[in-house]
Design a protein around this ligand. Structure first.
Ligand code: SF4
Length: 429
């Protein structure tokens, strides 16, 4: 049967969609990028913001309209948070757990047209659901989920309610999964999770994220290892010292900033202030010279004044991020921030996002220019024009270069210039 998987949201959702693709392919189904003429669609939804929830609902309606006879299966954080609404729209509804159960339910629905709604209580989950890593298509970069859940309860975030407590994959299993991905021919493994800084806090031996990264790097020495988004508090001297000893670790760190104003960080219930965040930035630059440090930012959080926003601009400029994701704050029902009275007008939230994004663009360009003249290994992912290949450096700059058959090759490239927000270079053979 022909099935399309539509994924919204974060890398954890991407990982789980790839796992469902593998399981469906193993059952003999065809998973296709085509969006019409389908027997079934899985929409893996996101609820991180009100806007993400809206897009999730919209995607479900869109696929229903495009494929009136198809079975519509919904899973992910939005259907976890709003199970009743999802049940009105979908034929099969799961939440953010039990991907294998969803695949089984879809497989039997395709044969018997039976509908299933199964959404658990996220807080009752105690174990990590081990899913097949990698994708049947054999891409260059594999996601490896090592952690699920979050108990930080940031005031704007619904995720702790949709994903439940922290559950971690044991360190030896992380290493074994990484070994399997290396054997399949992947050249890069991205360690991902909902909040990987909390990795291990649920396990009796209390393993650390640094220990898991060391185990993975050792198990897959032929792969580059990249870390997913980090809470800044996990970046300590010990963490940096241990990770800098790993020759295959990518010098790229994505730190979750959200605001560069201490008053706003406090209202967000983040667990650091700008001084602690900057300490992480300095430690990373001390141990990983020329690393790429990227960050997320929310503009127009309730109570954020123009002066607070100016403080944020000054702070992000001081951090000199190599790239940023900037989002205007979007109200998420069910969170503490949604009930705050001092909501910022939409026009201000969006104006501030544009201003921050322009600064981020300038900083990115400065970082790219600083790479010109360097020679660096690039993992090439795709041919973007005849004879032109595009990939990424270890510090996560996009690079294009002329060459032949570079797919999934890690090759030294001399960086020659910057164009269109990316690097150009010459392949050194
Ligand atoms: S750390 Fe905060 S923002 Fe991130 S998932 Fe947990 S609650 Fe949400």
């Amino acid at each position: 049967m022909r099935i399309h998987i539509h994924t919204l949201g974060c890398k954890v959702n991407q990982f789980e969609s790839q796992a469902m693709e593998t399981m469906l392919t193993d059952l003999g189904h065809e998973v296709t990028p085509d969006e019409t003429g389908l027997d079934a669609v899985i929409i893996n939804t996101c609820a991180v913001t009100g806007e993400a929830a809206r897009k999730s609902r919209q995607a479900v309606r869109h696929f229903r309209e495009q494929n009136p006879g198809a079975i519509i299966a919904i899973c992910g954080c939005w259907s976890q948070a709003e199970a009743k609404s999802a049940a009105r729209l979908g034929d099969i509804v799961f939440g953010s757990a039990d991907r294998a159960g969803l695949v089984r339910a879809l497989d039997s629905a395709l044969h018997e047209r039976a509908c299933t709604v199964r959404v658990d209580d996220a807080f009752s989950r105690r174990s990590f659901e081990l899913l097949p890593a990698g994708s049947p298509e054999g891409r260059t970069r594999a996601l490896l989920k090592i952690e699920d859940g979050c108990v930080n309860f940031c005031s704007y975030c619904i995720i702790p309610y949709t994903r439940g407590r922290v559950r971690s994959l044991k360190t030896d299993k992380c290493a074994a999964e990484a070994r399997e991905l290396a054997k399949k021919g992947y050249k890069e493994i991205v360690l991902t999770g909902i909040e990987i800084a909390s990795y291990g806090s649920d396990l009796p031996e209390k393993p650390t994220l640094a220990g898991a990264v060391e185990a993975v790097a050792k198990a897959a020495p032929e792969c580059r290892i990249r870390l997913g988004s980090l809470e800044p508090g996990v970046v300590t001297e010990d963490f940096c010292r241990r990770l800098s000893a790993l020759s295959n670790l990518c010098p790229h760190f994505h730190l979750s900033l959200q605001s560069g104003c201490d008053r706003t960080l406090d209202a967000m219930r983040r667990k650091y202030d700008t001084a602690r965040f900057y300490e992480s930035v300095e430690l990373l630059r001390k141990y990983f010279p020329n690393c790429g440090i990227t960050a997320d930012l929310i503009t127009g959080f309730p109570g954020e004044t123009d002066a607070d926003f100016d403080a944020t601009l000054k702070f992000i400029e001081k951090c000199a991020f190599s790239s940023m994701h900037v989002f205007p704050y979007s109200v998420r029902e069910g969170t503490v921030a949604a009930k705050m009275e001092n909501q910022v007008p939409k026009a201000d939230k969006h104006r501030r996002a544009r201003v921050a994004a322009a600064l981020a663009k300038r900083m990115k360009n400065e970082f790219l220019l600083s790479q010109v003249g360097l020679t660096t290994p690039v993992l090439f992912e795709q041919e973007t024009a005849p004879g032109v290949w595009t990939g990424h450096t270890g510090n996560y700059c996009q690079v294009s270069a002329r060459g032949e058959k570079l797919h999934n090759a890690v090759v030294n490239v001399q960086i020659t210039g910057v164009s269109g927000g990316a690097l150009w270079g010459n392949v050194l053979l």
